[in-house]
Design a protein around this ligand. Structure first.
Ligand code: UD1
Ligand code: CA
Length: 473
C-alpha cells in the first residue's frame, strides 16, 4: 500500500519523561535494543513523507545526536525543531510551525513514545482521512483499562466532540473506554489555526494538543476517529512497566517472525532477540539465549542454551553453547563452548574449536585450530591446524603495553605453557608442556623451557630414619 498524496510528519520528542525516573530522555529508552523513537520514525517512513520534523527539548542534543548517528535510515532527512520549555503537546507542535508551513501540506502528528505503532496502521489512517474528506482525523482505540489516556468524548450522534485528559475527567467521562492514541492528521493551515486558539486552563497548566479536537468540532470542521482494533499498536510508554510490557510484545513479534522464517525457538519466554538481529533458517535457539545489537547468525546453527552474543556474526553450521561472544566474527562449522568468552575483535575461522573455559580477545584463530581447555589467548594470531593445550596463557601485557603473539600453522603448544609476548612460535614446532617461552621458536623445533625434573631415589625412607620415625607416621 502506498499514498497518492504527499504529507509531512511531526514527531513529538521533547518531553522529559518524569514517570520513567531515570536519566535518559524518555524517547531514547530502548525496546529490544533500539530507542523507542526509532520505531516511530521507521513507521513514519512507510508514508514516504516529504518532510519529517522531530520536536526536541529535554536533553535535546542527546536525542538529536542519537538520531543523526544511530538511526539507520540516514538517507531520510529529519529536521529538528526546538521546544525549549515543555509547555505541553500543543505547544510542542507549535514549535514545528516554521518547519512545516512550507506550502500547506497534510500533517501527520505522532508522539515519540508509541513504539509499537506500525507503518501499515499509519497508511490505513492517512488513506481513511482522505477518503472520508476529514478536516481532522485521530486514531482511537478501546481499552479495558484506559488508565492515564485521554478519553474520546462523543456527542449523542456519535461524532467526536472533544478529548478529555485523564486528570481533567468529570465522573461521567471516567466511564469512557475509547482513548486517544495521540496520532492526528490535518492540513497545516488548519492545525496551526486551531493551535493558536488552545489555552492552558487545565489540571497540568499545559497547552494540550488534544484541545484542537473540541475546537475543530465546535467550528464545524469534520472530525473523524479512526478506531484501531489492535490496542497494543498505539500503546504509549510513560513508565517502565509500560516499557517492559511493550518490550515483551515486540520481542514476541520478533521471535514469531524468526520462527516463521524457519528458526526453531525452543523457549520464547527465555529467548531475547534485539530488533535487527538476523538468524538463518534451520538454526535452533535454545533457552536462555540473548542475541543483541547487530548480531547475525547463519543457517543450521545451534545457539545456546545459556548464551549471549553481542554485535557478532556467526557462520553457518556453528554451535555456541553456554558462552559469551562480543563484537567478533565466527566463521562456518565452528564450535564455541561450553563456558567460553570471546571478547571484542576476535575472528574464529572455519572448523575451529574454542571450548571449556577458554577466553579469546583481539585474536585470529585459524582454520581448524583447537583451543580446548582453560586457556587465555589475547592479541594473538593463530595459524591453521594449531593445537593449544590446556591452561595455555599468552602473556600479552607487561603492565604498560600490550604485545602480540604469533603461533604459526600446525604448531603444537603443550599444556600450561606461558607464551611471553612479543613472541613467535614457528610453523609445525612444539612447545613442551609447562614451558615459559620468552624467545621465538623456529619452525620444526621443540622448545622446552622449564626446570629439568630431579628424582631422589629412596629419599622418603632416608628421611624417616633420620627422624627416627616410621614411613607412615
Ligand atoms: C498524551 C495525550 C493523551 C493520549 C496519550 C496517548 C495530550 C495532552 N495527551 O498524553 O490524550 O491518550 O498521549 O499516548 O496530548 N511532549 C513534548 N513536549 C511537551 C510535552 C510532551 O514534546 O511539552 C512529547 C513527549 O516527549 C511525548 C509526547 O509528547 O513523546 C506525549 O507526551 P506525554 O506527556 O507522554 O503525554 P500523555 O500524558 O501520555
Ligand atoms: Ca505518553
Amino acid at each position: 500500500m502506498s499514498l497518492e498524496f504527499e504529507l509531512s510528519v511531526v514527531v513529538l520528542a521533547a518531553g522529559e519523561g518524569t514517570r520513567m525516573h531515570g536519566d535518559l530522555p524518555k524517547v531514547l529508552y530502548p525496546l529490544c535494543g533500539r530507542p523507542m523513537v526509532h520505531y516511530v520514525l521507521d513507521a513514519a517512513m512507510a508514508l514516504n513523507p516529504q518532510k519529517v520534523v522531530l520536536v526536541i527539548g529535554h536533553k535535546g542534543e542527546e536525542v538529536r545526536d542519537n538520531i543523526q548517528s544511530r538511526w539507520p535510515r540516514q538517507n531520510a532527512e529529519v529536521d529538528f525543531a526546538w521546544q525549549h520549555q515543555q509547555k505541553g503537546t500543543g505547544h510542542a507542535v507549535m514549535c514545528a510551525k516554521e518547519a512545516l508551513l512550507d506550502g500547506d501540506p497534510d500533517v501527520l502528528v505522532l508522539y515519540g513514545d508509541t513504539p509499537l505503532l506500525t507503518g501499515d496502521t499509519l497508511l490505513a489512517f492517512a488513506k481513511a482521512h482522505k477518503e472520508k474528506g476529514a478536516h481532522l482525523s485521530l486514531i482511537t482505540t478501546v481499552l479495558k483499562d484506559p488508565a492515564a489516556y485521554g478519553r474520546v468524548v462523543r456527542d449523542p450522534r456519535g461524532n467526536v466532540s472533544r478529548i478529555a485528559e485523564a486528570r481533567d475527567l468529570t465522573p461521567d467521562e471516567s466511564h469512557i473506554y475509547e482513548v486517544n492514541a495521540g496520532i492526528y492528521m490535518a492540513r497545516a493551515s488548519l492545525l496551526f489555526d486551531l493551535l493558536s486558539r488552545v489555552g492552558n486552563h487545565n489540571a497540568k497548566g499545559e497547552y494540550y494538543l488534544t484541545d484542537i479536537v473540541s475546537l475543530a468540532s465546535a467550528s464545524g470542521h469534520k472530525v473523524v476517529a479512526f478506531v484501531c482494533e489492535d490496542e497494543g499498536v498505539v500503546q504509549g510508554i510513560n513508565d517502565r512497566w509500560a516499557l517492559a510490557q511493550a518490550e515483551e510484545t515486540k520481542r514476541r513479534a520478533l521471535l514469531k517472525d524468526l520462527a516463521l522464517s524457519g528458526v526453531t525457538v525452543r523457549d520464547p519466554s527465555s529467548t531475547y532477540v534485539d530488533s535487527g538481529v538476523t538468524v538463518g533458517p534451520d538454526t535452533t535457539l535454545e533457552p536462555h539465549t540473548y542475541l543483541r545489537g547487530s548480531t547475525t547468525i547463519g543457517p543450521k546453527c545451534s545457539i545456546g542454551p545459556g548464551t549471549e552474543i553481542l554485535n557478532s556474526k556467526i557462520g553457518g553450521g556453528s554451535r555456541v553453547w553456554m558462552s559469551v561472544i562480543e563484537d567478533s566474527v565466527i566463521e562456518d562449522g565452528v564450535q564455541i563452548g561450553p563456558f567460553s568468552h570471546l571478547r571484542p575483535n576476535s575472528l574464529i575461522k572455519t572448523g575451529a574449536l574454542v571450548g571449556n573455559f577458554a577466553e579469546v580477545k583481539n585474536s585470529e584463530v585459524g582454520l581448524g585450530t583447537k583451543i580446548h581447555h582453560h586457556s587465555y589467548i589475547g592479541d594473538t594470531d593463530l595459524g591453521q591446524g594449531v593445537n593449544i593445550g590446556a591452561g595455555t596463557v599468552t602473556v600479552n601485557y607487561d603492565g604498560k603495553h600490550k604485545h602480540r603473539t604469533t603461533i604459526q600453522d600446525g604448531a603444537f603448544v603443550g599444556c600450561n605453557a606461558n607464551l611471553i609476548a612479543p613472541v613467535t612460535i614457528g610453523e609445525g614446532s612444539y612447545v613442551a608442556a609447562g614451558s615459559t617461552i620468552t624467545h621465538d621458536v623456529p619452525q620444526d623445533a621443540l622448545a622446552i623451557a622449564r626446570e629439568r625434573q630431579v628424582v631422589k631415589e629412596g629419599w622418603v625412607s632416608r628421611r624417616s630414619k633420620d627422624n627416627g620415625q616410621g614411613r607412615n607416621q
